[in-house]
Design a protein around this ligand. Structure first.
Ligand code: NDP
Length: 480
């Protein structure tokens, strides 16, 4: 079976213990490769390699640094079909989605930060007649980047691209559930001529490799995307060490549909924002709130279209909903569906595991599920399920919709459907979320800050925010 190796000091290598774990294809339930089960010793080696490369990388001209990152982006594009296939097999997502979204976005991340770094200006402030202040920004040093399993290469590159572009050296850990594209990526880095040690990828478990990255005293900044509970553990360890922290965490996002919306667009996009990637996107709108006068019509149409979604083999082009990432995650999602029933919810469609004939009969498939009749404050409406499960609730006024939207510990994203421009601005302004979509979903200019409010995270990524995060500011004040 193929072995997924670490990438340390420019070389592909087995973990020091020699241990590997099975890497499961969630669509079949069978192991198809093995991933390095690394530990703190491998992280220590990666930090030594990263430190060794830092001086030269951080002093390299911006143009030359950018050229290497652009070369990596070109190689991602060249190998996009192979990467999409690997992403689909590792994660369970339809290969069509990986081709259309995940892989193009991975190369776009590399290109965006490669070019952005060349336009990143420092400030100067004149104190009239007294002094000139100027600010310089220098790379923080060796940084840790930890990414989740839901959008493997997309989120991995979203973290490492700004770090590398800013001149940092990186020790990165992808989720051990979906390590294949990061492994293929390490081969592309070698081919592109990325200097040895600038990027180090250590595969393995969160509580071993992840924790060792967080605890390592010479890693000065941590960029993490994952669950809120893990984020708390990371903050508890890293904050007393005064590390810079960027935490992108969970969401339980409201999707608010007013009666004056464009009905067709609201329904069709809500199907996507509910069930894309099996609902395993932190930005999915899992709480649909519909104005009462439109409620029956919306529910009926939404349920009809949900039933039409084809659940099946992720490698089939016609599949719309693939497998959940692991058996334990599938059981967690099914557990939430049982909880919803206990809380008084009515399942209008889905609600159970789906058995697929043929090679996928042991796969972890769950039917897209629509639940109504629940109270806003129940656990089903408060906790992140992270699967193909949505609830729909009616509301009677704009104030009530905003109240429901905000009555949750999370604040990652929200969607608003209305043709009334004034209402769109008014509602967007009052919802406590890092991003609000009006009459669209998942659109975003990479120059904008990205991140969550409340328990959805600390810090902002994207655009200058990410380049600022990986640099340290120093002010020089010169007396005139
Ligand atoms: P986890 O928090 O379980 O894991 C994220 C990463 O952290 C994994 O690589 C994991 O390794 C690692 N990890 C786990 N424990 C530790 C630790 N103690 N120290 C350091 N690293 C650790 O999240 P999931 O992978 O389950 O991803 C799903 C979550 O991510 C959802 O809550 C989702 O909302 C959130 N997310 C947020 C996004 C955002 O932009 N805000 C975007 C995408 C997802 P291992 O896999 O071995 O456990």
């Amino acid at each position: 079976m193929e072995q997924i190796l670490n990438y340390i000091g420019g070389k592909l290598c087995a973990p020091t213990t020699g241990s590997f774990m099975n890497n499961i294809n969630p669509a079949t339930g069978a192991a198809y490769s093995q991933v390095a089960d690394s530990d703190a010793a491998d992280v220590a080696q990666a930090v030594i390699a990263a430190k060794g490369s830092f001086q030269a990388w951080s002093k390299m001209s911006l143009q030359n640094r950018a050229a290497v990152l652009m070369k990596i982006a070109d190689l991602i594009d060249r190998d996009s079909d192979q990467l999409a296939l690997a992403e689909s097999i590792d994660q369970g997502k339809p290969v069509k989605l990986a081709k259309a979204v995940d892989i193009p976005r991975a190369s776009a991340n590399m290109r965006f930060f490669a070019t952005a770094s060349m336009h990143f200006a420092s400030d100067s402030h004149l104190m009239e007649g007294e002094a000139i202040n100027y600010t310089t920004r220098t790379p923080v040093g060796v940084v840790g980047c930890i990414s989740p399993w839901n959008l493997p290469l997309y989120l991995f590159t979203w973290k490492i691209a700004p770090a590398l572009a800013a001149g940092c050296s990186v020790v990165a850990k992808p989720s051990e559930l979906t390590p294949m594209t990061a492994f293929l990526f390490s081969k592309l880095c070698i081919e592109a001529g990325l200097p040895d040690g600038v990027l180090n990828i250590v595969h393995g478990l969160g509580n071993k490799v992840g924790q060792a990255i967080i605890e390592h005293p010479e890693i000065t900044a941590i960029s993490f995307t994952g669950g809120t509970v893990t984020g708390k553990t990371i903050a508890a360890t890293a904050a007393p060490m005064f590390k810079k922290l960027s935490l992108e965490l969970g969401g339980k996002n409201p999707n608010i549909v007013f009666a004056d919306c464009d009905f067709e667009k609201a329904v069709s996009t809500s199907i996507q924002s509910s069930f894309s990637n099996q609902g395993e996107i932190c930005l999915c709108g899992s709480r649909i709130l519909v104005e009462r006068s439109l409620y029956d019509k919306f529910v009926s149409e939404f349920v009809n279209r949900t039933r039409e979604l084809l659940v099946g083999d992720p490698l089939e082009e016609k599949t719309r909903v693939g497998a959940l990432v692991s058996e334990s995650h599938m059981n967690k999602v099914l557990g939430y569906i049982e909880l919803a029933k206990q809380e008084g919810g009515k399942i209008l469609c889905g609600g159970s595991r789906v058995k697929i004939e043929g090679r996928c009969e042991q796969g972890y498939f769950v039917a897209p599920t629509v639940i109504v009749g629940l109270d806003q404050n129940c656990r089903t409406n408060q906790e992140e399920i992270f699967g193909p499960v949505v609830t729909i609730m009616p509301f009677d006024s704009e104030e009530e919709a905003i109240g429901y939207a905000n009555s949750n510990a999370y604040g990652l994203s929200a969607t608003v459907w209305t043709e009334n421009l004034t209402r769109a601005h008014r509602v967007a302004h009052q919802i406590k979320s890092g991003i609000i979509w009006v009459n669209c979903w998942l659109l975003r200019d990479l120059r904008t800050p990205f991140g969550g409010m409340k328990q959805s995270g600390v810090g902002r990524e994207g655009g200058w925010e990410a380049l600022r995060f990986f640099t340290e500011a120093k002010n020089v004040c010169i007396k005139l």
